[in-house]
Design a protein around this ligand. Structure first.
Ligand code: FMN
Length: 450
């Protein structure tokens, strides 16, 4: 990594862009624009709004499959269709100037050469604004689209991901920064001494290289990651530069923050160069009562089938079809999924005597913070100062209204409080996030590979 001028710790913000919004029933809200889901002008306007709010990045998630077996309940959500993220981001790069453009690409159903090439291309197209959210795929349904009967086992997915990322980085370092000279006088398009061939041979991949595109403006596009289990956190601490997490409580978020920073340090990394971004879904209104009413309106839009499905997805291995949503949860048998989150949900449902619908509402609310602009700014400031977050991955319950509200009413407060800048400081996503530009290390890798 190159040395970079130290800058004081400051809040960073990314926005999760999903045409139908982050709330499961958001697409059905009277002011929502579900027609925007596959509409480029809608996305272009949204990106410009976020850029007006000086968001550091926008992020497009991805699953390479339709999102669920249960087509009945799926058909009542806006989750069945979405743009292929890199195609969308390439188009958005032309109508924006500053905002970072990050997308998910899975290491389980892709090949490193394709991914290195696509993200390097996006980084060139956007003049240094690309980011890659490295995932190992959460949806087993993806396997069936790529010739597999079952999803690759969790540990194996992460082993493959680790090798995948190493290969991608080596490919990104194929050309030295100054190798492509395009010198008509000497007749050299590039200096052959500045081109490195990775010659990678590993457990999962054999990739000779080099990459067929010159080194990207950022050296490497910024790596986003969201590992949360033991293996996932280790992976994130080794490679991730922006870490997404779904923490809803301050104490747990602080513990996660301290844990991943310590893991990054143990891997010889500077913990300040690993940014932790919990999710935040702001619902802004002039008064707290208005905000609560708006959230209740959204929750009321959740269809019974979707409520059942939400609960089922979180507790697993039980069919809730036919169970009354306004009654208590039926007895849930033990499952070999044994997950701490599941146990926690079942315990709170039991202790607080929640109906299935109430539990579904709680799950759907997720990271929603409904309140006045001051309350939402307070939440952000508290989490930032308490080192529970370096920034937030902000999603909006529906679009575009809540994104405009956040930009017009919350961002100015963060700026007045000196937490968030009023203008973009750098030209690349790395510069705006305060992350250093990696130096090419291909020469060293080439020697190691031989
Ligand atoms: C904000 C956020 C965005 C995510 N986006 C995706 C995505 O687009 N595609 C995907 O397959 N998984 C996505 N994930 C899932 C993570 O990659 C990861 O698998 C999950 O957090 C569970 O962690 P684990 O793999 O350590 O068990 C996302 C997670 C979070 C918190």
């Amino acid at each position: 990594m190159t040395a970079q001028t130290e800058r004081p710790r400051r809040l960073t913000l990314g926005a999760l862009v999903h045409g139908c919004g982050g709330h499961i029933a958001g697409w059905g809200h009277p002011d929502a624009r579900p027609d925007g889901q596959l509409d480029f002008p809608f996305h272009a306007d949204l990106a410009r709004t976020l850029e007006r709010g000086r968001f550091d990045a926008l992020f497009v998630a991805d699953v390479v499959a339709i999102r669920g077996h249960q087509l009945d309940s799926l058909s009542r959500t806006g989750r069945a269709e979405h743009f292929e993220p890199l195609t969308l981001l390439a188009a958005l790069s032309l109508v924006t100037e500053h905002i970072g453009l990050a997308a998910t690409a899975t290491t389980t159903y892709n090949h490193p050469f394709h991914i290195a090439r696509k993200f390097a291309s996006l980084d060139h197209l956007s003049a240094g604004r690309a980011g890659w959210n490295v995932v190992t795929s959460v949806a087993p349904l993806e396997a069936a689209n790529f010739g597999h009967d079952t999803h690759l086992a969790h540990e194996l997915r992460y082993r493959r991901a680790d090798e995948f990322v190493q290969v991608v980085k080596a490919l990104w370092d194929s050309f030295d920064d100054d190798a492509v000279v395009r010198d008509k006088a000497t007749g050299r398009y590039y200096d052959p001494a500045g081109l490195r061939t990775p010659h990678h041979r590993g457990e999962h991949f054999a990739v000779r290289g080099p990459l067929n595109i010159s080194r990207a403006p950022q050296g490497h596009p910024v790596l986003f990651q969201a590992g949360s289990c033991e293996t996932g956190r280790e992976f994130a601490a080794r490679h991730g530069e922006v870490l997404f997490t779904t923490q809803h409580e301050l104490g747990a978020a602080q513990a996660f923050y301290a844990d991943v920073k310590a893991r990054a340090a143990a891997h010889g990394r500077d913990p300040d160069q690993v940014l932790v971004w919990p999710g935040l879904t702001p619902l802004v209104a002039p008064t707290e009562a208005d905000a609560r009413r708006r959230l209740a309106e959204l929750q009321d839009l959740i269809h019974d089938d979707v409520a059942r499905r939400l609960v089922q997805d979180h507790i697993g291995d039980i069919d809730l079809t036919g169970h009354p949503v306004d009654g208590p949860l039926p007895d849930i048998p033990d499952t070999n999924r044994s997950r701490s989150r599941r146990e926690l949900l079942l315990k709170s449902a039991h202790d607080e005597k929640l109906t299935m619908r109430e539990l579904a509402h709680r799950l759907a609310a997720g990271s929603v913070v409904a309140g006045t602009p001051e309350q939402i700014a307070d939440h952000i400031e508290t989490w930032f100062r308490a080192r529970a977050a370096d920034g937030f991955n902000v999603s909006f319950p529906y679009l575009p209204g809540p994104a405009e509200d956040f930009v017009d009413h919350v961002v100015p407060l963060l700026q007045q409080r000196g937490l968030f800048p009023t203008a973009y400081e750098g030209t690349t996503l790395r510069e705006n996030l305060g992350l250093p530009r990696p130096v090419a290390r291909a020469r060293h890798l080439e020697e190691a590979g031989r």
